[in-house]
Design a protein around this ligand. Structure first.
Ligand SMILES: [Zn+2]
Length: 137
């Protein structure tokens, strides 16, 4: 995609703080970090989100997210890590190019990701579980 900013960053047309690069991925520091060391895993090929990305690329991307999370812990940037992957505008995806956030966290750092608990009845939980179970099995 010629007008996709993450395609341009992933392929080196726009400079970034690159932490890792191979044939398929570039890992960069997010320019709007939630915490120091907030990292993005970007595939070089354009995929909109998890709904159109290939299975093998998802596997590789999450392995890189794990590797990055471990490095952030080992290097002392984090006491814990959020691995976030947003799909669709309703889920907070702001750039339409598949990417994974690796966000270093420290105790009481004030970063908010959790929302209030959504009240769902036991009956409704059962219906939801049954519906999704059918689709996954
Ligand atoms: Zn793209």
């Amino acid at each position: 995609m010629s007008d996709c900013i993450f395609c341009k960053i992933a392929n080196g047309e726009i400079p970034s703080n690159t932490l890792y690069e191979d044939n398929d991925f570039r890992i960069i520091l997010d320019i709007s970090p939630a915490n120091p060391g907030h990292t993005l895993i970007l595939p070089k090929k354009h995929f909109e989100n998890v709904f159109d990305v290939s299975d093998s690329l998802v596997k590789d991307a999450f392995l890189l997210a794990k590797k990055t999370a471990c490095a952030l812990m080992d290097l002392g940037f984090a006491e814990g890590v959020n691995i976030l992957q947003n799909n669709g505008e309703a889920a907070g995806q702001t750039v339409g190019h598949f990417h994974i956030h690796v966000i270093p966290r420290k105790k009481d750092d004030g970063v908010t990701i959790k929302s209030e608990v959504f009240e769902v009845s036991e009956e409704e939980m059962g219906r939801i579980a049954k519906t999704i179970f059918k689709a996954l099995n």
